[in-house]
Design a protein around this ligand. Structure first.
Ligand SMILES: [Zn+2]
Length: 421
């Protein structure tokens, strides 16, 4: 049979366009909510968080995966911006740096109100509302990017339930329990490679309080970056579904940042969500990767955990290598076209784009109960590294917070009592 090659080429081009057109049609109604973007970290490292200088203009920002025209071209309608501070700030200035990253996200919303609206809930609250009461669905209707704060790394709360609650009030709606280091209360993924020692066997007693308090407040528990034991402990303990904001499937690429199949089954049982990371090293376990291999991860998670468990967590501006075809945030429609080519239904695609995240977010909001008493029990003093901190409030270490004068006075009293002076 002799069919001209050009006819096949024409069919291929036409079908390609058809899936791409279909992707755009779907995304006009259901834009993507991405689980993790590190633009705020880039704003710190490139401009020391000065948004008003010429080069920091987000409309023309160059050399980043993310800017306003690219977000528009990619049909991004919701973004968890990462308030990230590295592990070397742990036990030092982690809290201050986290506050500064939350501030830069909120200033993005102030400076570009036509593009971004900072939101803290899933709903479609009607105007007039203070900006922070606007929800994701309302932002969709207004054609703006619903901007949410995700704090990446439990070290950002400095082992304090008070800091956790305050970050919630400042807009934090997910907390990744660890970054790539243990906290005094949760173990990170490097425990599974043998590079770090297991210290909390998943979650310590205080770590369990953190999870309970997150449930009570309505903060999504994020298990990207944690050890498998921590994943399982949090999935069992949490009364609300959880997310992996930027993790892929372990059985396709044996990297410990990825999610193994037995955990994917727990994700299915709990109505939780895995937002697939596009970083080449987690997609193909090599330096190079393709858009099609990212779609393989989405297919795999759908097969093991169900279509309701799939989302996108690109990790744009947080990674150095991205797949061919997914070079920046403008490329999401090409990934959606690939899913349609693989016969994902429209409902499954809308789920992966936004509806699965909205379902989890609404469940987290429903479980939250601000009338319940807050968790109060502090972490034991012995579990804190004390070299850079005061220990006010801990009776176990009274001498650490006494003034030298007071210390001398009490020593004098004791010695006088003993008749030695
Ligand atoms: Zn990360």
């Amino acid at each position: 049979m002799r069919t001209s090659w050009w006819l096949w080429a024409l069919v291929a081009v036409c079908t390609g366009d058809q899936f791409r057109d279909e992707a755009e049609r779907i995304m006009r109604g259901t834009p993507v909510i991405d689980g993790h973007n590190d633009l705020p970290w880039r704003l710190l490292t490139m401009f020391n968080n000065r948004l008003q200088i010429e080069r920091a203009n987000l409309t023309s920002l160059a050399n980043t995966h993310t800017n306003i025209p690219k977000l528009r071209a990619g049909f991004v309608g919701g973004q968890f911006w990462s308030a990230y501070t590295p592990c070397d700030t742990q036990n030092k200035d982690a809290v201050k740096r986290t506050l500064e990253q939350i501030d830069v996200i909120q200033r993005m919303c102030q400076m570009y109100p036509e593009t971004f609206v900072c939101v803290t809930n899933s709903a479609g609250a009607r105007r007039p509302q203070p900006a922070l009461l606007t929800g994701v669905r309302q932002a969709f209707r207004e054609g703006r990017v619903a901007s949410l704060v995700g704090v990446e790394g439990g070290h950002s709360i400095d082992s304090s339930l008070g800091v956790l609650r305050t970050l919630y009030r400042l807009g934090m709606r997910y907390l990744t329990l660890t970054h790539s280091c243990n906290t005094p209360w949760a173990d990170n993924w490097l425990v599974d490679t043998g590079e770090d020692k297991a210290e909390s066997q998943g979650l310590s007693h205080f770590g369990q309080s953190v999870v309970k308090e997150m449930n009570r407040l309505g903060v999504i528990i994020d298990l990207a970056h944690v050890s498998v034991a921590t994943m399982k402990a949090a999935l069992r303990l949490s009364t609300a579904p959880v997310i992996f904001s930027h993790s892929s499937a372990y059985s396709l690429c044996q990297h410990r940042r990825n999610v193994p199949d037995d955990v994917l089954r727990l994700v299915n049982q709990t109505g939780s969500l895995v937002m697939v990371n596009f970083y080449n090293d987690y997609v193909s376990c090599r330096q190079e990767a393709t858009l099609s291999q990212v779609a393989d991860h989405l297919d795999h998670i759908k097969k093991v955990a169900g279509a309701g468990a799939v989302g996108f967590g690109g990790d744009f501006d947080g990674v150095s290598r991205l797949p061919v075809g997914l070079e920046d945030v403008s490329k999401y429609p090409d990934l959606v076209a690939e899913l349609l080519r693989r016969r994902w239904t429209e409902a499954e695609v809308r789920g992966a784009l936004a509806n699965n995240l909205l379902r989890v977010f609404e469940a987290v909001e429903q479980v939250s109960d601000h009338t319940q008493s807050p968790e109060e029990e502090p972490i034991p003093a012995a579990q804190l590294q004390a070299s850079c901190r005061t220990m006010y409030g801990y009776s176990e270490a009274p001498s650490l917070h006494r003034q030298p004068g007071a210390l001398l006075a009490s020593l004098t009293t004791v010695l006088l009592g003993l008749g030695l002076l």
